[in-house]
Design a protein around this ligand. Structure first.
Ligand SMILES: [Zn+2]
Ligand SMILES: [Zn+2]
Length: 130
């Protein structure tokens, strides 16, 4: 019986490996370290924070106390809160991440508008600098 094989996914490598694998033993290590690098630099501590119990508890409590979107409310629109949002983003001030006074209740629409603005503003700052 012949086992089904294919080439290693590493560019240019012609080592034959079982169909269930992606890389030969020589390149397996290389790939896993790259995945680790990617993970470490994509979300990092911010992503870990949003998954933390402390944040889940705090945002849950905040949304209980503020069941309406605050931005919509200012315009006289009643919309249910979707997200407890940081007024000062945690990427700007990490120390305010669990500061109750730094939170605002937003619906998903207002939250998206705010994040878009933040990205634009960050680009502006970059343009000014260089
Ligand atoms: Zn290989
Ligand atoms: Zn809203």
């Amino acid at each position: 019986m012949t086992q089904a094989v294919k080439f290693c996914s590493h560019a240019g490598c012609r080592n034959l490996i079982p169909l269930t694998e992606r890389y030969c033993s020589k390149h397996k290590h290389e790939e896993s370290s790259r995945v680790y690098f990617h993970r470490k630099h994509s979300g990092g501590k911010y992503e870990a924070f949003y998954h933390s119990t402390a944040w889940k508890k705090l945002s849950y409590q905040y949304k209980l106390a503020n069941p309406m979107c605050e931005a919509c409310l200012k315009r006289g629109v009643i919309r249910k809160v979707d997200i407890a949002d940081h007024i000062v983003p945690i990427k700007e001030d990490w120390s305010k991440r669990l500061d109750y006074a730094n939170l605002q209740a937003l619906c998903i629409v207002c939250h998206n508008i705010k994040s878009e603005k933040e990205v634009k503003e960050r680009k502006k700052i970059k343009l000014k600098k260089y």
